[in-house]
Design a protein around this ligand. Sequence first.
Ligand code: MF3
Ligand code: CO
Ligand code: CO
Length: 274
Amino acid sequence: MTDYVTMTSDAPITRTGAIKLHGPDAFAGMHKAGRLCAETLDMLAAHMVPGVTTGEIDRLIYDFVTAAGAVPATLGYRGYGYSSCISINHVVCHGIPGDKALKSGDIVNVDVTPIVDGWHGDSSRMYLIGDVPLKARRLVDVTYECLMLGIEQAKPGNQMGDVAHAIQRHAEAHRYGVVRDFCGHGVGRLFHDAPEVVHVGKPGTGPELKPGMIFTIEPMINIGRADVKLLDDGWTAVTRDRSLSAQFEHSVGITETGCEIFTLSPAGFNRPPY
Ligand code: MF3
Ligand code: CO
Ligand code: CO
């Protein structure tokens, strides 16, 4: 049985395993946090060019988020020391910013999570660096479509399996692998909360979607096999077969009629190229 809890002002914010049904205050808070998150990713577009290092990109994110009076949630999270995750080519997720420079032909995911007034806006996008081969651009396109097809299923009465199935079906129709090792998640005052949002599954399975649920959808799609491996740094996840991987992430809230996407780009930079 899935456990749901209707949020009131004195409801606990600890991770209990119950799925929170948030009220209008949470939607207002997530709207603000989601907007700063999207503005951060918009700001980056002009800087995602050959020669820039991932450390420099992370610094731009830190400066932008803190100038807005917000805090990067990843900074100090479980010992992680940066304001973003930057994942290049065969890196699936949780790439650590550093001295590596972007080069023409790279596909790069940047994932940011600013905390605004206690609310976490969590989103990531792919950026195309210089001239990107068609094969890689196609992966990025299909991954974006996977996210949006999943979001289309995020409405009351549907189940998590409907979201997962829409993603899996589209990815596998292109003979891509859907990563199983990482999921979307409930988000709000907590960075990672219930429910788990899987990206593979069967229609009509999993928790029912109800108005007030707030979570991320963040499919990771590989050109090759779905299998990932963790590098010795304890964070960086790469494809086992070294094939290219792409990811997009939005934070959404279930409404009476569908869902609100909190992390839509004010600049219209949702789908590459931008
Ligand atoms: N932003 C990632 C997510 O979508 C989580 C990154 S946690 C970190 O859930 F510690 F690796 F930064
Ligand atoms: Co997330
Ligand atoms: Co994220």
